[in-house]
Design a protein around this ligand. Structure first.
Ligand SMILES: [Zn+2]
Length: 259
């Protein structure tokens, strides 16, 4: 893979469209300041249709995910797990580590540890474990040939949970908000690449629920932060993970700490 000088950011979430929905504006901001952005998903979104077979919808959604990542000149990869079967176990961890080592990130964004769907929570757990394992030379993925061991443990960030709440409906507040007003159109464009999901909801709700929902969430987080539109993030500050505020520093005044 071609190396660039800027930091390498991997947003790795459960399904195609999760990164776009939760942190699309932040990804565009970081791309604009010279970061290299990659997106990975645990699944190809193989259950996300009432019209197609699992194989057909997987093909369609992988192409949509690649088109969305291309708007960021970004790399895309799928770990290859199945929808509603994302679980933390040794085999899945090896697969996640292999994909992450292939990209070799300095910074990783994943789901909130508490979120509405188990796929999201297990992805968060898998990515947290994988981030720790990336730079351990004796941890082998059994791939032939394996991706090289990473240079260092990446900084780890969590996106807001969907709708900003945990499974019991309690608000999970971000550590800092990102002002995405100048990127809201890019975020809409990126999400529009997922035409199969937009269609599915349009057919069921008779409105463009997919894009409207994203705009409503961005506005809600915006109201909390004093911005028109915002996304929220938290940095994992456990022992062994970098504590440098790499994303906050790169965003400068676009990032606002919660008071
Ligand atoms: Zn999802």
């Amino acid at each position: 893979m071609e190396r660039t000088l800027g930091p390498r950011l991997l947003s790795i979430m459960a399904h195609p469209d999760d990164s776009e929905m939760l942190v699309g504006g932040t990804l565009f901001h970081l791309k604009a300041v010279g970061w290299t952005v990659g997106i990975a998903t645990m699944t190809a979104g193989d259950c996300g249709s009432s019209l197609h077979s699992r194989a057909e919808i997987s093909r369609i959604r992988l192409a949509e995910a690649e088109a969305a990542a291309a708007l960021l000149d970004g790399w895309y990869s799928c770990v290859g797990l199945n929808d509603v079967e994302v679980f933390t176990n040794a085999e899945n961890l090896r697969r996640v580590v292999e994909v992450m080592r292939t990209f070799d990130p300095d910074v990783v964004i994943t789901h909130s540890p508490a979120d509405y769907m188990v796929d999201h929570e297990e992805t968060s757990r898998l990515v947290r474990a994988a981030s720790f394992a990336l730079a351990i030379p004796l941890y082998q993925t059994h791939q032939r040939p394996p991706a090289p061991t990473s240079r260092a443990t990446p900084a780890l960030y969590y996106a807001d949970p969907v709708e900003g709440v945990d499974p019991m409906g309690r608000r999970i507040h971000p550590q800092f908000y990102v002002n995405i007003e100048s990127q809201i159109e890019n975020k809409r464009r990126m999400l529009s690449c997922h035409e199969s999901q937009r269609d599915w909801l349009r057919r069921h709700h008779g409105m463009d629920e997919y894009l409207d929902r994203m705009m409503a969430w961005a506005q809600k987080f915006g109201q909390e932060s004093g911005f028109l539109y915002a996304e929220g993030l938290r940095q994992h500050l456990g022992h062994g993970y970098p504590h440098e505020p790499l994303v906050q520093t790169a965003l400068g005044p676009l990032a606002s700490h919660r008071v």
